[in-house]
Design a protein around this ligand. Structure first.
Ligand code: NDP
Ligand code: GDR
Length: 372
């Protein structure tokens, strides 16, 4: 869908439909997405382009290309001059650099800002706590301040997390207390309250989405679901035999990222700003995920999983299961993809990926020992 909307009226010199003079066509909404190169950023961009938005994304400098998740959307004007470009633009900025955020906001003047950028790995946050706080907590504050100074009519979405509930027992809803169990979770709690404060202090239309875990074939490869499905694919085609994991008894409420970005967008279309839990309301342990993923591929996880202490965390979040009543009632949101379907989608994708890797290994272009 993003391609058909990519050349919408006004972009790339294309004419508006004949029945609507360009001056009378409603102006296209403009969104700014931080973390656009991440899992959620890519799904949200597809959703917004499909709704006719002009999408601007902030990307940070990296020594390797970091736009793989957007490659199917982006059209290089040099190599594809005749293909209409979707209205998506990328700008260099960093959540640790206020001046870059101010410049981006003042230049783009978006209608909506989605703050998805973060150091988002819980285990890594114990290794780089200071950096995690700077990007995940103070980065949100910098962005809120840039939004407030640019225009108070901008609507702001903050990517909050079920990790904020930490050791609070399930089911967790908007009224459950936060008890963060990692530097990442504590930083997200700070970002949550900065967002509430900017709403109360300045009347900003600012929303917190408290999203439970959501996965997809685009999930980062060191989160447990994708680590497992990548291993299933590679084991299935003979590229590896073992996968090393930590705590298998933790329970998570896993949904599909494509469904969850729809809830983010819906929050910013309400009459009033608010905070919403987004979850499937169903919980499974890591072991159950293993059973489902290996079982679907005709394998027994017990033949392949090795426990490695290094993947245990200094403090664990044992059990998450959301109560998304408010999102269901006020946003009219519910997940379309269930647990088994999600597992199968990810395993199917990763078996295909492993088959391609195998071609490279067999041709001598890749070392099979290089695990993701
Ligand atoms: P990812 O880790 O896939 O993406 C994180 C994004 O943030 C990437 O685009 C990354 O850029 C960017 N980023 C990291 N550091 C900076 C920085 N200093 N300045 C600018 N950009 C930066 O996360 P997800 O897509 O899975 O999650 C999106 C958001 O939602 C995150 O804030 C996450 O914490 C939160 N969240 C995620 C949940 C989930 O289950 N997926 C659940 C609840 C909340 P690069 O590509 O260059 O690394
Ligand atoms: P989480 O996701 O910490 O919930 O944060 P992750 O997939 O990293 O861990 C889920 C559970 O699996 C256990 N686990 C392992 N985890 C990883 N990464 N690697 C392993 O080898 C492994 N073995 C067992 C973990 O201990 C944990 O209990 C994700 C991130 O996307 C956050 O940004 C987001 O806010 C939350 O989800 C909601």
């Amino acid at each position: 869908t993003q391609h058909s909307n990519g050349g919408a009226a006004g972009d790339n010199g294309e004419a508006a439909p004949p029945s609507v003079p360009p001056s009378l066509a409603p102006p296209r909404k403009v969104a700014l997405v931080t973390g656009i190169t991440g899992q959620d950023g890519s799904y949200l961009t597809e959703l917004l382009l499909g709704k006719g938005y002009e999408v601007h994304g902030l990307i940070r400098r990296s020594s390797n290309f970091n736009t793989q998740r957007l490659d199917h959307i982006y059209h290089d004007p040099h190599s594809q001059p005749s293909t209409p470009r979707p209205p998506m633009r990328l700008h260099y900025a960093d959540l640790s650099d206020s001046s870059s955020l101010r410049r981006a906001l003042d230049h783009i003047l978006p209608d909506e800002v989605y703050n998805l950028a973060a150091q988002s790995h819980v285990a890594v946050s114990f290794e780089v706590p200071d950096y995690t706080a700077d990007v995940t907590a103070t980065g949100a504050l910098r962005l809120l301040e840039a939004v407030r100074l640019a225009s108070k009519r901008i609507r702001y979405y903050q990517a909050g997390s079920s990790e904020m509930f930490g050791s609070t027992p399930p089911p967790q809803s908007e009224s459950s207390p936060f008890h963060p169990r990692s530097p990442y979770a504590a930083a997200k709690v700070a970002a949550h309250w900065y967002t509430v404060n900017y709403r109360e202090a300045y009347g900003l239309f600012a929303c917190n989405g408290v999203l439970f875990n959501h996965e997809s074939p685009r999930r980062g490869e060191n989160f447990v679901t994708r680590k497992i499905t990548r291993a299933v694919g590679r084991i299935k085609v003979g590229l590896q035999t073992k996968v090393f994991l930590g705590n298998l008894s933790a329970a998570r409420d896993w949904g599909f990222a494509g469904d969850y970005v729809e809830a983010m967008w819906r929050m910013l279309q309400q009459d009033k700003p608010g905070d919403y839990v987004v979850a499937t309301e169903e919980s499974h342990t890591v072991e159950e995920f293993l059973q489902a993923a290996f079982g679907y591929a005709g394998l027994n996880w017990k033949d392949h999983v090795v426990i490695d202490k290094k993947y245990f965390r200094p403090a664990e979040v044992d059990s998450l299961q959301g109560d998304a009543t408010k999102a269901r009632k006020e946003l009219g949101w519910k997940p379309k993809i269930g647990f088994q379907q999600l597992v199968e989608m990810m395993v199917d994708n990763d078996i295909e990926l492993a088959k391609k890797e195998k071609v490279l290994v067999d041709a001598g272009y890749r070392d099979p020992k290089q695990q993701p």
